[in-house]
Design a protein around this ligand. Structure first.
Ligand SMILES: Cc1cc2nc3c(=O)[nH]c(=O)nc-3n(C[C@H](O)[C@H](O)[C@H](O)COP(=O)(O)OP(=O)(O)OC[C@H]3O[C@@H](n4cnc5c(N)ncnc54)[C@H](O)[C@@H]3O)c2cc1C
Length: 380
């Protein structure tokens, strides 16, 4: 079935064309590619974007619609892994990106906040540690002990993140593409790139997240294609969830939309190895788990209107790769958001564009593609 988000009407956009060589070619017209294109075109560069499908038809139109600040790891884990200042700066940096998204989004983004729930006592301990770490570092968050139990599902505490958002991701990215085109970027849909060296461009940005496996062999072992699956219910007759909710380390995530449909994704851990794939199709095992859980969440047998699968790029340390690909002069990457790319993808599109324009940023050090040593990479 078609992803619900992609059924939205496509906004008109101009179709600028560049003759001959461009300053930057971008592979991928998702949130990353469109964000980079907008920034580069606004800076006066000649930009051409290629996508083998249409704008937003990769993960950017197939996700759960959560627009969360931060990285893909829990904050306390990020702090232990990347360093305190780095984690704190990363969280604040994504808050800034979310604010900028809001200025571009119109009705494609709402900011009702989000709830990170503990599914059991063990997870409660974990997210309590996350909450304490956030408080210590001056990152706004609220701890909730008492939670309503709408139906069969019981939770053991939660963190409320007040500024988080709910996004209609395809609407947002199509608007971003229109803004990039208005700024002069050429967007070529349904054109597949097989060889980045063959593109008539001074620099190439690979913005394919989980879909571009093999296009740049040096990235093959650093970004693993991973499948996520989603179901959407018919509109309910009441509002049960007023903001995006997620639990079990983010393995399960759901939100109710303004039309009262519930969008639920996750349960990847039910067959986690099978989901390390770029085959974009749903499977009965995961769809059954999603349907069962949706029934518990809404208290009735769910009537499903949409189901789909999408592919995202997973990295070992859950951080994206942004920068020039080691050993590939002129080839840049922004990808690998580990299932957390709605805000990070927007921010990293801007970041890679800024790097091409000569800007520096602490995030470029944190996301340096060279952190995965050459011995770990598939240097074909
Ligand atoms: C089921 C699911 C649920 C998710 N839920 C959330 C969520 O709720 N919140 C969140 O923050 N993140 C979520 N994510 C992750 C998020 O969707 C992605 O990280 C983000 O959309 C990546 O954007 P992108 O532009 O980098 O890549 P994509 O949107 O995947 O775009 C890549 C584009 O590259 C194109 N492409 C690939 N190869 C080529 C080629 N050779 N030539 C030309 N074009 C090519 C593809 O067609 C595609 O359009 C989810 C992902 C999935 C799959």
């Amino acid at each position: 079935m078609n992803p619900y988000w992609l059924e939205d009407e496509i906004p008109p956009r101009p179709s600028p064309r560049h003759e001959g060589r461009v300053d930057v070619a971008i592979v991928g017209a998702g949130i990353t590619g469109c964000s980079a294109a907008l920034r580069l075109a606004q800076a006066g560069l000649r930009v051409r974007v290629y996508d083998r499908r249409g704008v937003a038809e990769g993960a950017s139109g197939r996700n759960g619609g959560f627009a969360l600040r931060g990285g893909a790891s829990r904050y306390d884990v990020a702090r232990d892994t990347y360093g305190r200042a780095q984690a704190r700066d990363l969280w604040h940096w994504t808050e800034g990106a979310l604010d900028r998204m809001e200025t571009l989004a119109g009705d494609a983004l709402r900011r009702p906040g989000s709830l990170r729930l503990a599914a059991d006592e063990e997870e409660r301990e974990q997210i309590r540690a996350e909450y304490e770490a956030m408080r210590e570092d001056g990152i706004e968050a609220t701890w909730l002990d008492e939670l309503p139990e709408p139906f069969a599902v019981r939770f053991h505490g939660a963190i409320e993140h007040a500024g988080d958002g709910s996004i209609q991701p395809a609407r947002f990215v199509r608007r971003l593409a229109a803004q990039a085109a208005e700024a002069g970027a050429e967007i070529r849909e349904h054109e597949r790139v097989d060889d980045v060296e063959a593109l008539d461009a001074d620099r190439v940005v690979v913005a394919t997240d989980g879909y571009g496996h093999g296009l740049v062999p040096e990235l093959s072992d650093a970004i693993w294609p991973t499948r996520g699956q989603v179901v959407v219910s018919e509109p309910l007759d009441r509002v049960l969830y007023d903001k995006p909710h997620y639990a079990r380390q983010g393995f399960d995530y759901w939100q109710q939309l303004p039309d009262r449909r519930v969008v639920l994704g996750g349960f990847r851990d039910v067959s986690i190895l099978d989901e390390l794939t770029d085959v974009e199709e749903t499977t009965p095992t995961i769809q059954d788990s999603l349907e069962r859980f949706l029934g518990e969440l809404i208290g009735e047998r769910p009537r499903i209107s949409h189901r789909w699968a999408g592919i995202f790029g997973l990295t070992q340390d859950m951080l994206p790769l942004v920068g020039e690909v080691p050993g590939r002069e002129g080839v840049w990457v922004a990808a690998g958001y580990s299932g957390h790319g709605n805000v990070l993808g927007f921010a990293c599109g801007e970041l890679v564009a800024g790097a091409i324009l000569g800007e520096t940023s602490p995030q470029l050090e944190l996301f340096d593609p060279a952190r995965f040593g050459a011995e770990d990479r598939n240097l074909v």
